[in-house]
Design a protein around this ligand. Structure first.
Ligand code: NAP
Length: 299
């Protein structure tokens, strides 16, 4: 058997297309332009690349992009003053602060300062709580992207055994809540899980979010399972000196022979994250203006 490979790049382009349609309609029908503000503290090269990609894609879907670059030694008070200003700005519907931030700033406090209605990263305690209670909030972008891919592949997931490896606030916990909401029977595994291979082998849906290259082996996989590989490990490229290569948490080639469907790394989950950030910004904009939410772009 050879698994069907999910093209996350193509699916993300489709999501961005839907976002762009909603943006066009919001402008034409209501004179509203959704706006996303991104705050970058310091000059971390990887963060600068992410922020540039977010800016480019935000503009491409027709939204307003507000970039705020602050020096690495900015005080918490000055950062909070900027967030307060963005919270109050009616042209800004989504705010995210690119992490990591320098050590003297507390990431949880930064997230807590952002108005939950504009917390398009879905990382605040308020949005985590709303998700856990089955109420409407903003959902963390990568798990939302995985949910969209799974719904597209599987349709109704009622009764499926879902195993998520990883229990972070950023990914594992919200992913578990989302699959529970879609009527899966959910197990969240972690570094202390006993007999992880046996737990994984039960899964109709196996989602790996650990950050350990190729740890999920073919004999952990239930035949026909759907595998979503979230993990990213960067290694020196074996054939191209000076270049790097990305590996997922799943030993791709052997697992593809057992699974029914699988995401590759790169080109699977990765592109969905920014697409869902844009989707969340449109959703936040619609809610802020008392308008109907876009269909298919929320949990
Ligand atoms: P994290 O906060 O480091 O969490 C990793 C999780 O993996 C923890 O819950 C940890 O368990 C678990 N774990 C570690 N070693 C394990 C083992 N040997 N067996 C089973 N579980 C183990 O990481 P994260 O932020 O959730 O991200 C996970 C991965 O996804 C990373 O590679 C990250 O780069 C990637 N990621 C990708 C995207 C994207 O594609 N856009 C977005 C987010 C994350 P304990 O809790 O017991 O320590």
């Amino acid at each position: 058997m050879s698994a069907q490979i999910i093209d996350g790049k193509a699916f993300a382009a489709k999501v961005r297309g839907q976002v762009a349609e909603h943006v066009t309609a919001l402008k034409a029908d209501h004179g509203i332009t959704p706006g996303l503000a991104v705050v970058l503290v310091g000059e971390d090269p990887a963060s600068e690349v992410y922020v540039a990609a977010k800016h480019k894609q935000t503009v491409e879907v027709g939204m307003a992009s507000f970039e705020h670059k602050l020096p690495a030694d900015v005080s918490a008070a000055d950062l909070f003053a900027l967030i307060d200003q963005l919270n109050a700005d009616k042209n800004v519907h989504g705010i995210l602060c690119q992490f990591p931030v320098p050590d003297h700033l507390n990431e949880r406090a930064v997230v807590a300062r952002i108005d939950p209605a504009k917390d398009v990263d879905g990382l605040s305690v308020v949005n985590a709580g709303l998700l856990a209670s089955g109420e409407t909030g903003l959902v963390s972008c990568t798990p939302l992207g995985c949910l969209m891919l799974l719904r597209d592949q599987l349709g109704d997931m009622t009764g499926k055994e879902a195993v998520i490896i990883g229990r972070s606030n950023l990914f594992g916990k919200p992913m578990g809540q989302l699959l529970l909401q879609d009527n899966c029977t959910v197990t969240i595994a972690h570094s202390r899980t006993a007999d992880l291979p046996a737990v994984c082998k039960r899964a109709d849906i196996l989602v790996a979010a650990v950050g350990r290259a190729e740890m999920v082996k073919a004999d952990w996989v239930k035949p026909g399972a759907t595998i979503i590989d979230v993990g990213i490990t960067r290694i020196p490229h074996p054939d191209k000196p000076g270049k790097s290569k990305l590996l997922g948490d799943v030993d791709f080639a052997p697992c593809s022979k057992v699974a029914g469907t699988i995401t590759p790394v790169p080109g699977g989950v990765g592109p969905m994250t920014i697409a869902c950030l844009l989707a969340n910004t449109v959703t936040a904009c619609c809610r802020a203006n008392g308008l109907a939410e876009p269909e298919g772009l929320t949990a």
